[in-house]
Design a protein around this ligand. Structure first.
Ligand code: BTX
Length: 242
């Protein structure tokens, strides 16, 4: 069933039963000068992850992209990804789901590290200011039809109303977006990665060490045998203790 939306979210809702990708739709709206729109779809037929990976988006999930035009340089935009991960984690926890964040943007549940949600941020702009940012958020709801290492909200919580979840999520995201320090502090609080042995793959190579901190706007600090290394983007794997 379609999600019914009230009008009291801090973003205008652009709802579709089915879209190739809510991020693609939000980028179209960006070209039309729209702002503060949340594109929501019941199903995506061509959902995307980072590095053009596919994102499975069966009907009944929460597939959402927020279009905004913050007064930020592009280099600071990762703080919005962190804010989105925090918002998803906190609203999931309010539903009793033991969610936590793996750097930079995966929301996982429990020790098994099953993936509940992912975030894909895209942007365009000049060196000193973005012209738009699209924060795409995919949250699994029903556990059926997902990859093996994935989970859905309904595997851990019985009472999940998608409309209310999206409403709360957008309000929390709007509040965190306005307060990057708070977003960073909350990220540290919900982090599963800090203190762990990690292997991080970046475009330039692989870094192995212990994750020590995350710094503004989302940089991971890894203690390695050769001293601290700061990683701006990459894929992070938690290494099990030997
Ligand atoms: P990512 O690159 O970190 O993760 C993508 C990987 O996650 C895939 O290669 C696959 O292994 C796995 N995967 C695919 N589908 C799922 C799923 N439903 N649940 C768990 N794991 C999965 C993460 O990228 C960013 C995902 C953003 C998705 C949102 S949905 C709304 C918006 N529109 C859009 O096209 N993308 C974003």
């Amino acid at each position: 069933p379609a999600i019914e939306f009230g009008l009291d979210a801090p973003f205008t809702i652009d709802y579709h039963d089915s879209l190739p990708s809510t991020n693609a739709r939000a980028r179209e709206l960006a070209a039309e000068d729209e702002t503060d729109v949340a594109v929501v779809a019941n199903e995506q037929t061509g959902g995307r992850g980072r590095l053009d990976r596919a994102w499975r988006s069966p009907p009944g999930g929460i597939w959402l992209s927020v279009l905004c035009r913050p007064d930020l340089p592009p280099a600071h935009a990762p703080v919005l990804t962190l804010a989105a991960a925090v918002a998803v984690t906190e609203i999931a926890r309010e539903h009793g789901v033991e969610a936590g964040i793996k750097w930079p943007n995966d929301v996982l549940v429990g020790d098994e590290e099953t993936k509940l949600a992912g975030i894909l941020t895209e942007m365009e702009g000049e060196a000193d200011r973005v012209s738009w940012v699209v924060v795409g958020i995919g949250i699994n709801v029903d556990p059926a039809g997902l990859p093996e290492d994935a989970t859905g909200l309904r595997a851990h919580a019985t009472d999940v109303d998608r409309r209310a979840f999206v409403q709360d999520l957008l309000e929390r995201f709007a509040a965190l977006r306005a307060d990057p320090e708070e977003a960073l502090a909350a990220w540290r609080e919900h982090a599963l990665t800090l203190g762990q042995r990690v292997r991080v793959s970046t475009g330039d190579g692989t870094i192995v060490g212990t994750a020590r901190d995350v710094e503004f706007p989302g940089t991971l600090v890894v203690a390695t045998d050769n001293g601290p290394v700061r990683v701006h983007a990459g894929d992070c794997e938690h290494l099990r203790p030997a």
